[in-house]
Design a protein around this ligand. Sequence first.
Ligand code: XMP
Length: 305
Amino acid sequence: MFDAEKFIKNAIEETKETVAGTTIIALSGGVDSSTCAMLVGRAIGKNLVCVFVDNGFMRKNEPERIREIFETKVKFEFADASERFFDALKGITDPEEKRKIIARTYIEIFNEYAEKYNAKFLVQGTIAPDWIETKGNIKSHHNVALPSGMTLEIYEPLKDLYKNEVRQVARALGLSEEISERMPFPGPGLAIRVLGEVTKEKVEIVKEADAIVREEISNANLKVWQAFAVLLEGKTTGVKGDKRDYGYMLAVRIVESTDAMTANAMNVKWEILQKITSRITTEISNVTRVLYDLTSKPPATIEFE
Ligand code: XMP
């Protein structure tokens, strides 16, 4: 049986023994990095600088919300880097290349902050499934596959935990449900939910669709592991009013899981799926079709890229 209090006590001791001087953390607002920030913050206080990078691929209103939540809790730096990420991804279509470029850009930014603060350590919220999957070459999770040229030493206090354990630790550290029960969200964000080349127009579409999916899941009070929308490649024919339309196509993915190592597509009520579909196709212009993904993991991964 996992004991969150005991874990916290040991992790605080370990942190004090491991890091020295100013330390920075990549705080995304997800449960993993938020828990890490609170944990390491408990151990070293103001010596921890929490850098939040707005890569432009966050969920709707997320950057502002994360700033609001953490600004008063920890030493918080907001890095507005969306233009930098969009530029770096111009013309790139291969999923692994996208992930690697995003990782590289993150590292460049963190190195800049490390220099600014003269930090030697970078704390990351890597958890067990991240490195297990990276080792198996399934996907290069951005917080595991670090490019060479890193000048910071990495410290990963949650590396042996699974998600349900991280949530327990988050609650024990006093984080609110908004954070502790938060749906997992991939580091590369909506960039890997726009298949192929990432453009601002496409990110806006998937951001709106994602907000609709989450709102309807919450209205229906559904307990899910993840629920999101993905913008597929290619366009499809539709009809709006009495005119032909030719627009984008989105997939909705709603899965149940306990640790993301395996997952099942959720048997969601037809009415909920219809509501999501009708909202996406009416509220977002340029979308003519919505599909529901029935595939389990394995054989599919949870994310499409
Ligand atoms: P997959 O798609 O590999 O996803 O079945 C498993 C879980 O991990 C999340 N995910 C990521 N998280 N960095 C992260 O921090 C990443 O690069 C990344 N890729 C996937 C995914 O949302 C799911 O919860």
